[in-house]
Structure formats: structure tokens, C-alpha cells
Design a protein around this ligand. Structure first.
Ligand code: PMP
Length: 359
């Protein structure tokens, strides 16, 4: 006998993450998950060691110290911050609290694979909206809104495209959506974009916008799982009702606080990423591979077709380099390459040049 799950659950396609193992290569160059090539800040690692002394204690339930640190660094109101197990968990709280059977959740064509999963897990229907040449199309999103729409998930900068829309366009969307809709600005890569606050100031002037952020990328803490959200007090109050009281461990809380306070490390990662991202794109363009300007910590290399992208991926694997195939994101002819450190960027470009027969 099979016990049947809730409707919609079996329609969920399992999330496939970036690979970290490669047969025949003990330690491959991993450029497949947008991780921080500079590791984790030494201050955060020191906090990790210190946290061992209090593991017998339960952690804080209200995350007051971490929220205060986030608020101080980003000049936000700590009362409007919620922390989660990765930004994934905050995105999940939103679907769980605001979408259900009969409701629609909008995401864009090349948006993050978790959005339709979270919508279905909540019993709602995910609606995919086309982008225009790999850029989010605000008018298409508005055209897809109706009385059933409850959430719009928008990644800015986009993953895996790396493109972004200006804050004026985001604000125009927030202004024009129906009253019952929450606009969720997924800011997993905000720190890598220039002059963009992820929508933080917009959140402060509107009651229908929530921003999510993560410690997984710029802060080099993907393995520890910490993210946060910033929204109107009324929405944060709702989300806290479904949050488990001890969703973050004392180790997560203290390491995240040390990481966000290490602004020197953050700035170093940001500056090196910007420099090498430009270099990587120039080299790809020089090899005749199409590549949009990226505002994140990866570039999207677009090949002639799916076969060439697959062949290049195979050639990179043979050299012990992992990048990401993004056919599941509607981009079968492309490879997403995380911006590594200088040695990593040089190695991947040299390998692609050999593949193209240019080396
Ligand atoms: N949003 C986007 C667009 C992402 O790429 C990721 C990481 N893959 C996340 C959210 C989730 O990040 P985390 O749960 O590690 O904070």
C-alpha cells in the first residue's frame, strides 16, 4: 500500500545542486555553486571555535544579537529582520504563510529552481513568466498577475543569468501589483552588484515588499546555512509564527555575527570578484563565446548550441573543473561559471581556450 502525500507534492522535481565530486579527480576546481573562493573570514572561524564552549546551552530564540549586527552593518531596523536556515528557509516561510491551494506564485523563466518547489510544497500553483533576452520583464510579470496571485519571487541580480533590473523597475513593479501580492526580492547576490541595496530602502517605504539575503555567498558560509529576510513588521510577525524557536544553532548565530562584522573580508571578496568577473567575461568574449555583463559572482557562458555547451563541460571535467549546466533553468546552450580566485579563473579560461582550439 502506498500512503498518498498531499496534492501537488509528487509534481515537485527534486532539486539538483552543483556537483562537488568528479571521478578521477581528488580535489576538482569547483566553480559550480557560486561559493566564495576565498573561504570564510578568519574572524568567523575564530567565533566557530569559541562557540564550542556553549554547545550544551540552547541558542537564542529571537536572534537578537545577529539581527542587531545585520541592522548595524546595513543600516536597517532590527525589528524587521528574520533569520533562517539559509535564505531558502525565509523563502519557504513566505510560501508557507501566504500561498495555498488555489493560489498562484509567480517566478521568472530563468529564476531560482526553489521557487516552484516552495510553491508546490505549499499547495499553490507556480506560474513561470518569460524573460526578455535573459532579463526580467516587469511588464510580463504584471500581465501574469491576477486575483489568485499571492507571491512574486524575483532574483535580482538573476541566477544563473547574472543580469539585473534597476531599482526603479523593481519599484515600478511593487507599485503596480495587486493589493494581495507580496513581491519577494531574492538578494542572494546583492553584495556583488554595484550601488544596489537589494531593495532595502524600498522595503521601508512599502508594505508589500520583502527582501531576502544570505551568508552563503559573499560571507563564505554556504556550509553553515544562514540567511535572513527584511520586510514590513506585519509580514515578519507572520513569518515568525511558523519559524521553529531554535531554527538557528548557537554556532550559526555567533559565526554569522562575526562574519558580517568582518567588513574588511567582505570588501576584499567584493573587489576581487568584480575584477576577476570582468576579466573572465572579456576572455570569454575574446574566445567568441557570448556572455552578458554579470552583476553577481558568476558569468553565464553561452555557446552556439546545447551540443557545444555539453562538449565544453565534458572537456572541463576531463581537466578536473566543475562548472554548472543550466538546461534546467531554460538555458541548455549555456554554462554558468562561478568567478573563482585568480588561479581558478586562469585555469578555467585556459581549459576553455584549449577546448576552442585557441590555445
Ligand atoms: N536564491 C538564489 C537565487 C540562490 O542562488 C540561492 C543559492 N543557490 C539561494 C536563494 C539560497 O541560498 P541559501 O539558502 O544558501 O541562503
Amino acid at each position: 500500500m502506498t500512503i498518498t502525500p498531499q496534492p501537488g507534492i509528487m509534481d515537485i522535481a527534486l532539486y539538483v545542486g552543483g556537483q562537488s565530486r568528479l571521478e578521477g579527480h581528488a580535489s576538482p576546481l569547483k566553480l559550480s555553486s557560486n561559493e566564495n573562493p576565498y573561504g570564510t573570514s578568519t574572524r568567523a572561524l575564530a567565533a566557530l571555535e569559541r562557540s564550542a564552549a556553549t554547545l550544551h546551552r540552547y541558542p537564542s530564540t529571537d536572534h537578537a544579537e545577529l539581527r542587531a549586527a545585520i541592522a548595524e552593518i546595513h543600516e536597517l531596523d532590527a525589528e524587521r529582520i528574520i533569520c533562517g536556515v539559509g535564505s531558502d528557509e525565509v523563502l519557504q516561510f513566505l510560501a508557507q504563510c501566504y500561498a495555498g491551494p488555489g493560489d498562484e506564485v509567480i517566478h521568472t523563466e530563468h529564476g531560482f529552481a526553489m521557487y516552484p518547489i516552495l510553491a508546490r510544497a505549499a499547495g499553490a500553483t507556480p506560474i513561470e513568466v518569460a524573460e526578455r533576452e535573459r532579463v526580467v520583464d516587469v511588464d510580463a510579470i504584471l500581465a501574469a498577475c491576477n486575483e489568485r496571485t499571492r507571491i512574486i519571487y524575483l532574483t535580482n541580480p538573476g541566477n544563473p543569468t547574472g543580469t539585473m533590473i534597476p531599482i526603479t523597475e523593481v519599484a515600478r513593479l511593487a507599485e503596480a501589483i495587486p493589493d494581495q501580492v507580496i513581491l519577494v526580492l531574492d538578494g542572494a547576490y546583492v553584495e556583488f552588484a554595484e550601488d544596489y541595496d537589494g531593495g532595502a530602502r524600498l522595503v521601508e517605504t512599502r508594505d508589500n515588499v520583502v527582501m531576502t539575503r544570505t551568508f552563503s555567498k559573499i560571507h563564505g558560509l554556504g556550509g553553515l546555512r544562514i540567511g535572513w529576510g527584511y520586510g514590513p513588521r506585519a509580514i515578519i510577525d507572520v513569518l515568525n509564527r511558523v519559524r521553529q524557536p531554535f531554527n538557528l544553532s548557537s554556532t550559526q548565530l555567533s559565526v554569522a555575527e562575526a562574519a558580517i562584522r568582518d567588513e574588511g573580508f567582505t570588501e576584499h571578496c567584493r573587489a576581487e570578484n568584480a575584477r576577476l568577473r570582468g576579466w573572465l567575461r572579456d576572455k570569454l568574449l575574446g574566445l567568441g563565446i557570448a556572455c552578458d555583463e554579470s552583476h553577481a559572482n558568476y558569468v553565464l557562458a553561452r555557446f552556439a548550441d546545447e551540443a557545444e555547451a555539453g562538449a565544453c563541460d565534458g572537456a572541463l571535467r576531463a581537466e578536473g573543473i566543475l562548472v554548472r549546466r543550466v538546461g534546467g533553468y531554460g538555458l541548455p546552450q549555456a554554462l554558468r561559471i562561478t568567478v573563482g580566485d585568480e588561479a581558478g579563473c586562469t585555469r578555467v579560461i585556459d581549459a576553455i581556450a584549449r577546448f576552442k582550439g585557441a590555445a
